[in-house]
Design a protein around this ligand. Structure first.
Ligand SMILES: C[S@@+](CC[C@H](N)C(=O)[O-])C[C@H]1O[C@@H](n2cnc3c(N)ncnc32)[C@H](O)[C@@H]1O
Length: 437
């Protein structure tokens, strides 16, 4: 594809994202490329990169383009956003104008009005001290007081780290081979990667390499999983022979890692309320050679949980959450999140925790995790849980997982952030249910 055709693709993709305001952008993009199978891998990456750069700079681009208040929100079209983004990454206006040539596969020429709007950007940087903090750091206005409370002086550095592109991490499936073996195979297949600093099974790839086409991925030797998510699985410390419940298993991202630390021995039940997500787990479990997982679809009025009270050695609650820790990957999610969502999510998390608490056997463990950065969904949620559920305490030091690096074993609960650890944002709390009597 020519650069102009790629630009056209990015504009079309952003239009598709804009036309589906309630759907996550990555789901829209998957659909977009499925319907355009003629677009090859390199072109796909170029199109997505520009579209995602725009999504990551959404508030700042709108701030610039609507600096002249005569312009309405509708004037800021995906065409203009892409052109402005190209300007801010250093392309001269004349070369941007030549991409909008109107020739075959190229976007239509820039109108006079569009040119005026773009010319006004000359000599400016995308971030400006004049922008209010939520604009400069790309988060919704209403979230500001929450972030001030949670991060205090660290707010700027934490939120800035969340604006960058994420790393691409793999987890080596020890059921199929070692990390050294996986690194050797990756190099042989032309990929560049290094062992992760914190996860014992992780490999961090350089840039965005098309690893899903690699033979070692298709064979199940590696799985795509952020290092932070791997560390949540490490915190669970699932051992061979145990009976474990992954209560919000989704498409089994963490279940796979738990089955690995259990060496495929014992039993994992993977539950979720979403059939689509649980179905998505089947193929991944097969590819990874995992045999000790059964799945259960939770439904309203389901007696399943009632019948299994006190039966599990460990229950993991990887709770539905705001996903604020994954904003590097899903920058569009910032635009959809509302204060009402946070309130609803907190209530849901508390309800799930209370059900899960009953499923743990006396002396067993409950692990709560989110990919949120917000105290309301994390520390405060656990504080309230421990007040409600007197049988539970935070896991004592001697029982914490030795799969975790020393620095993460100091407390029974910890947070990971892109700024602090170079991972997605995660929170985990490990608790123990006291034995009766
Ligand atoms: C953070 S995601 C789980 C991600 C998954 N554990 C992984 O590692 O890939 C949260 C999951 O909770 C599920 N969920 C939402 N409400 C639930 C409920 N009331 N009970 C159990 N699962 C629920 C969602 O369908 C979603 O799959």
């Amino acid at each position: 594809m020519t650069p102009a055709a790629r630009l056209s693709g990015a504009i079309d993709l952003l239009c598709a994202i804009q036309n589906a305001p309630h759907r996550p952008a990555d789901a829209v993009a998957n659909n977009f490329f499925r319907e355009r199978r003629y677009i090859g891998g390199g072109d796909r990456r170029a199109i997505s990169t520009l579209a995602w750069d725009v999504l990551r700079a959404w508030r700042r681009l709108h701030w610039h383009l609507r600096a002249d208040l005569r312009y309405r929100h509708e004037d800021v079209s995906p065409r203009l956003l892409c052109a402005a983004m190209l300007h801010f990454v250093g392309q001269p206006l004349s070369s941007i104008q030549s991409l909008f040539s109107g020739e075959r596969y190229a976007p239509a020429p820039l109108s006079e009005r569009e040119m005026v709007m773009l010319e006004a950007l000359e000599g400016q940087d995308i971030s400006s001290e004049k922008q209010p903090l939520p604009v400069r750091l790309e988060y919704p206005d209403w979230l500001h007081p929450y972030l001030v409370e949670d991060f205090g002086d660290r707010l700027e550095e934490e939120m800035r780290a969340l604006m960058g592109a994420p790393s691409l991490d793999l987890r080596v499936n020890l059921l199929k081979g070692t990390r050294e073996e996986a690194l050797r195979r990756l190099r042989r297949e032309g990929f560049q990667g290094e062992p992760t600093a914190l996860s014992p099974w992780g490999i961090r790839l350089e840039g965005r390499q098309p690893v899903t086409v690699a033979a070692l991925f298709r064979e199940g030797l590696v799985e795509i999983q952020d290092e932070g998510s791997q560390l949540i699985a490490a915190a669970v410390d699932a051992r061979p022979g145990q009976r474990l419940l992954d209560y919000c298993a989704g498409a089994a991202g963490k279940t796979l890692a738990l089955a690995m630390t259990m060496e495929n021995k014992g039993q994992i039940v993977a539950c979720d309320v979403s059939r689509v997500r649980l179905d998505g787990a089947t193929k991944r479990l097969r590819r990874a050679d995992v045999h000790n997982v059964t799945r259960h679809l939770l439904s309203e009025g389901d007696k399943w949980a009632k019948r299994r009270e006190g039966q599990f050695d460990t229950v993991l609650v990887d709770a539905p959450c705001s996903g604020t820790g994954t904003w590097r990957r899903n920058p569009d999610a910032r635009l959809r999140l509302t204060e009402e969502d946070i309130k609803e999510l907190c209530a849901k998390q508390a309800a799930i925790l209370d059900i899960a608490a009953r499923l743990v056997r006396p002396g067993g463990k409950l692990v709560y995790a989110t990919c949120s950065l917000l105290g309301a969904e994390n520390g405060k949620q656990i504080e309230a849980f421990l007040k409600r559920q007197e049988a539970y305490t935070l896991l004592p030091a001697e029982k914490r997982s030795i799969l975790l690096p020393e620095e993460l074993r100091q407390e029974a609960l910890f947070s990971l952030t892109p700024h602090g650890f170079g991972t997605d944002g995660f929170f985990v709390a490990a608790m123990e249910k006291m034995s009766q009597g």
